[in-house]
Design a protein around this ligand. Structure first.
Ligand SMILES: [Zn+2]
Length: 414
């Protein structure tokens, strides 16, 4: 049986509620995502909040098949919930994926591939490494807002300045990274953006600034000639000369304090969580992870960060292992004995009660028409009792119902 309806009533949940749309705590996370089918339904809810929409033709409406896939009512193409997302054709159980996402989003400093492998019994380090890199690859939302207001911009070598290099811009082993940081008045740090730069020339710096900062913003840089011409690109350009600072007796390293603070936090994070073992080819992905977490450091709830991560993951195209390898393979691992190889065991337990569905029902009554078998559990709702023949000897439930005119009645929504 097919269906179709006006999606404008539904769509993405406008107001997210902690405890309904995302878990508030680690305990709630564990209670919600007990089985792989809990995770699958949460992904389905994230991906198609108003019901199934065909990814190939865009038609809203279809059937749920016996194997859990959907068939489009228009083009009859069959799609699974994970197809076309970063969980496409994964052999890692979704409970393991969700726990990895939870750790990635909620740990203050993230998690390394080795810790992930050990804590979730993932068979090999490359599998854990690839899971984390798949998550890193979804973090940059296309069309995200650029920085605005007052923005400090500088470039630096991430991994620590190499001594003996003149001016910090000479080529060395480290990777030149552009950093842009919003600053408040008189102090305070807002959001940041980081990107690997080919060199310190205007051809590299100008695209970085235009990609990271909204035109009209005030851009503060040092007097490096690579920043010449920013005023012509629509920015209010303020230049702070190191030579002038030295002449005044100020510390030239403190001209752009916000950028230097962010750079040292990033370096410390790479050395701490990842023990400095970050491949140059993958540094952009690590910078994306740092920026994602840094820009959400004041988020009221860690669970909200988890929700955002899964939302990005469910909306991102699949990432193949070969694409992740970039130019270099992950570090060679000692071969493991056959019994510990392969895919991690599921963290499956008995199914949870899906608050993101029941909470939505409470918020969105009257209940929207969904797939033929949705929802698949009885809902105990308080409904006005119609004058119906009372049983000869009233039961406990009907006696309490008579008292206030309402009663609990189990109903199944069509
Ligand atoms: Zn279709």
């Amino acid at each position: 049986m097919g269906y179709s309806f006006n999606r404008s009533r539904l769509g993405r949940v406008e107001q997210l509620h902690a405890g309904t749309h995302y878990p508030r705590s680690a305990g709630e996370f564990q209670a919600w995502f007990r089985a792989d089918e809990d995770c699958l339904d949460y992904l389905e809810w994230l991906r198609w909040p108003g019901g199934f929409t065909c990814p190939s033709c865009g038609h809203a409406g279809g059937w749920r098949l016996g194997d859990g896939r959907f068939e489009c009512a228009a083009c009859h193409r069959r799609t699974s919930v994970t197809a076309g997302t970063i969980f496409d054709r994964t052999r890692t159980p979704l409970t393991v994926w969700f726990t990895a996402c939870w750790l990635f989003a909620t740990q203050k400093d993230g998690i390394s591939a080795q810790s992930l492998q050990r804590s979730l019994e993932i068979g090999s380090c490359p599998t854990a490494w690839a899971m984390l890199h798949r998550l890193r690859s979804v973090l940059v939302r296309p069309g995200r807002d650029r920085l605005s207001g007052t923005v400090q911009v500088d470039e630096t070598f991430i991994g620590g300045d190499e001594p003996g290099l003149r001016g910090g811009r000479a080529p060395g082993k480290k990777v030149l990274t552009g950093i842009a940081v919003e600053t408040g008045e008189p102090k305070g740090i807002g959001r940041c953006r980081m990107a690997v730069l080919a060199d310190g020339s205007a051809e590299s710096l100008h695209p970085f600034v235009t990609g990271a900062v909204e035109p009209g913003a005030t851009v503060i840089t040092d007097a490096w000639m690579g920043y010449h011409g920013l005023a012509g690109l629509g920015y209010v350009h303020e230049r702070r000369s190191q030579r002038a600072a030295r002449a005044r007796g100020d510390d030239p390293g403190e001209l752009l304090p916000a950028v230097h603070r962010v750079a040292s936090l990033a370096r410390r994070w790479l050395l701490g969580t990842h023990q400095g073992s970050v491949d140059q080819a993958h540094l952009p992905a690590y910078l994306d992870e740092f920026v994602f977490r840094f820009n959400r450091r004041r988020s009221a709830s860690r669970g909200m960060v988890f929700y955002r991560l899964l939302e990005l993951a469910a909306g991102h195209d699949p990432v193949r292992f070969q694409d992740l390898l970039a130019s270099k393979k992950p570090h060679a691992q000692r071969p493991q004995p056959p019994q510990v190889r392969g895919h991690p065991p599921s963290l499956d337990r008995s199914r949870a009660n899906w608050p993101w569905r029941t909470g939505e029902l409470q918020l969105q009554l009257p209940i929207p028409l969904r797939l033929n078998e949705y929802p698949r559990w009885p809902i105990c709702a308080r409904v006005p009792l119609s004058p119906s023949p009372q049983p000869a000897s009233p039961t406990r439930r009907s006696r309490s119902a008579q008292a206030d005119g309402f009663g609990s009645r189990c109903l199944t929504v069509p």
